[in-house]
Design a protein around this ligand. Structure first.
Ligand code: ZN
Length: 638
């Protein structure tokens, strides 16, 4: 029987009640599984794992529903109810991970009859138990539970503060000079004669890119970088202190060591080495790039000593326009949202051998959300929801959310893309973001046919998970691919020479960007390793050390650095994944990015296995050799 997607409520139904019932039912199932496993019955390893999987499926499903709706539901009551439910689920998961009787049952099974994947599930599950502290004494276990519960709440507070703290500047209409006309039209003058520009992405990105008024750019950039300050400062301090304490209680020297153990990178010290390795590779390219930027900025601001975030985006765009002949507004004319969405589906469908069917009758949480089924042949293999435009109270960034993890024969993989794109013309950077996030979604769906939910879809090592999405970005830069959907109002496809110039322009700035990324990675690593008393001071020092873009005095970027919650000390993962993405992409034929053979091999070797093997092994399966830094290093130096 074909699998059915989750039965979401009607738009005007009581979604709070739905979340309560769904999560309650799943929690009951997960609790029943624990009771069964610890009832003293003698079971084979396979039987124990099957039951364990049942519990995980229930938890995965409930976490998907609660985690997504907390970020996207238009009603604040539903978002709050979902956050509470997510906290309840995390609490149960913590209790389960510290259940000594349960651990003893799993630790005692005889793994000799298990196949490789089941044996891997057992090994990793036992490791999860030990990492939770199940083998520690009772007082320590109780403290670990308290720490974990508190961390969940703090993480939610941290994210919510960022989400809710929308700041704005109010300026005279003349100070919009340089911005595109549709932006100006969308920002009418208020009764007091002023225009409001907010720190939400659809405002802040074009404003920082195009606004000629340096003081206004600076005011908005400072407002943007100071979101969630000072409210998030004590929250972040407490969160980091708890993580440090947790790592110590579990026998690790610091949080990064604890966190890195389950990633490709392996240990904390390797993060510092990686950051410095990339920073070194990027040093000369970044210095080479800074020169023309500063020179151009000084023509407007004679005597300017250094470039800050208030000017960086603006002058990158300026140099790209003047030196590389790429005008972002000219480019934008080719990227109409509706055509881009259709093109993305067409291109990825051909690439991975799937089709997408829009399900206009599917129930969704907001009228702007569209549901699609993913089909291979006639078979529905997954469902996704596109929720792509900003609205009040919604998640502010761009991400793929798992709604339901896929399990072979039992649960259809379902995900949602949650982004904040304009409804009309999009900057090309948004097109790249869309391809990126869709890469996660495809990984989730195409890797969603696992026997064990623990390995479903994107459930690979975290420092690998960005590789498939970053690799898919390459398709948004290919002239032949773009020709198929990027057409202007007159229906003319984007010229190949414009795309070639866009690529050259994009490459300009990659050294600087790598240094900025290593600054972020260093903030994430060193704040966690050292748990310093004054974050601002450490962040300023790290920016000075790694970023060639100077700090804006008086800002507190860490307060709105949302990844400090989710990624903790592992922000390096973006760059680590990019190293691997470049290596993976080297197997494709740049002259024909839709060539079916290599794409099918990639789908089957990298995406379909989900987390059922170590990522290093998947990459080796696909490339026929271990991954290496060579392609990345050559790209950065070119
Ligand atoms: Zn991503």
């Amino acid at each position: 029987m074909p699998l059915a997607p989750l039965d979401l409520p009607a738009p005007d139904a009581d979604w709070s009640a739905y979340v309560g019932e769904e999560v309650g039912r799943c929690l009951d199932q997960a609790r029943a599984v624990v009771a069964q496993l610890t009832d003293g019955t003698s079971r084979t390893a396979a039987e124990v794992l099957e039951l364990w999987n049942d519990g995980d499926i229930a938890l995965g499903r409930a976490s998907g529903v609660a985690g997504l709706l907390a970020q996207v539901h238009p009603e604040v009551e539903v978002r709050t109810r979902s956050e509470d439910a997510a906290a309840e689920l995390a609490k149960f998961a913590t209790e389960r991970a510290l259940d000594r009787g349960l651990y003893d049952v799993l630790a005692a099974v005889d793994p000799s009859g298990l196949d490789a994947t089941a044996a891997r599930l057992l090994t990793l599950t036992l490791r999860d138990f030990r990492r939770a502290g199940v083998d520690r004494d009772e007082a320590t276990r109780a403290r670990l539970v308290a720490i974990s519960d508190r961390q969940t709440l703090l993480g939610q507070d941290f994210s919510r503060t960022i989400r809710d703290d929308v700041r704005s500047i109010r300026i005279a209409p003349a100070r919009l000079a340089g911005l595109p006309q549709d932006f100006i039209d969308a920002h009418p003058v208020g009764p007091d004669g002023l225009v409001t520009i907010t720190t939400d992405y659809p405002d802040v990105i074009p404003f920082r890119t195009f606004a000629r008024d340096a003081a206004a750019r600076r005011d908005l950039t400072c407002a943007f970088l100071d979101r969630a300050w000072p409210k998030n400062d004590p929250i972040l301090h407490e969160l980091l202190a708890l993580r440090a304490e947790q790592a110590r209680l579990l026998g690790y020297s610091d949080w990064p060591d604890f966190d890195a153990e389950v990633k490709m990178i392996g240990e904390g010290a390797a993060i510092a080495e990686f950051i410095d390795k990339i920073a070194d590779l990027a040093q000369s390219p970044a210095e080479r790039e800074l020169e023309p930027l500063l020179a151009r900025a000084r023509r407007d601001m004679p005597g300017l000593e250094q470039l800050t975030a208030a000017d960086h985006t603006y002058y990158i765009e300026m140099v790209r326009r003047e030196d590389y002949d790429v005008d972002a507004q000219e480019v934008r004319a080719y990227f109409d949202f509706a055509k881009v969405r259709a093109g993305l589906l067409e291109v990825t469908g051909r690439l991975f051998g799937v089709t997408y069917a829009e399900r206009s009758s599917a129930r969704v949480w907001h009228r702007e959300v569209t549901a699609y089924d993913v089909l291979r042949g006639a078979e529905v293999v997954g469902r996704f929801y596109l929720d792509l435009h900003p609205r009040e109270g919604k998640f502010k960034h761009a991400a793929q959310f798992t709604l339901a993890p896929g399990v072979d024969g039992r649960m259809l993989p379902e995900g949602a893309l949650v982004c904040n794109f304009p409804t009309g013309l999009m900057p090309h950077s948004d097109v790249v973001t869309l391809f990126h996030e869709f890469g996660h979604l495809l990984h989730h769906v195409l890797g969603g046919r696992q026997r064990w939910v623990r390995f479903s879809g994107v459930a690979t090592e975290w420092d690998f998970v960005e590789a498939p999405s970053q690799m898919l970005e390459e398709w948004a830069w290919d002239p032949a691919i773009l020709r198929t959907f990027a057409t202007n109002a007159a229906g003319e496809p984007i010229p190949a020479d414009l795309v070639a110039r866009m690529v050259r322009a994009k490459e300009f700035g990659k050294g600087l960007q790598a240094r900025t990324q290593m600054f972020y990675a260093a903030v994430s690593y060193y704040l966690h390793r050292d748990n310093p008393p004054d974050h601002t001071e450490v962040v300023a020092a790290l920016q000075h050390r790694y970023d060639l873009i100077a700090r804006l005095p008086g800002t507190h970027f860490q307060a709105s650095f949302g990844h400090l919650d989710g990624y903790s000390s592992a922000y390096y993962t973006y760059m680590w994944s990019l190293v691997i993405a470049k290596d993976l992409f080297s197997a494709f034929d740049r002259a024909d990015l839709l060539a079916p053979e290599v794409a099918a091999r990639y789908r089957d070797a990298i995406l379909a296995p989900g987390g059922s093997k170590d990522a290093a092994e998947l990459v080796e399966d696909f490339l026929g050799r271990p991954y290496c830094f060579d392609t990345f290093g050559a790209w950065l130096a070119s």
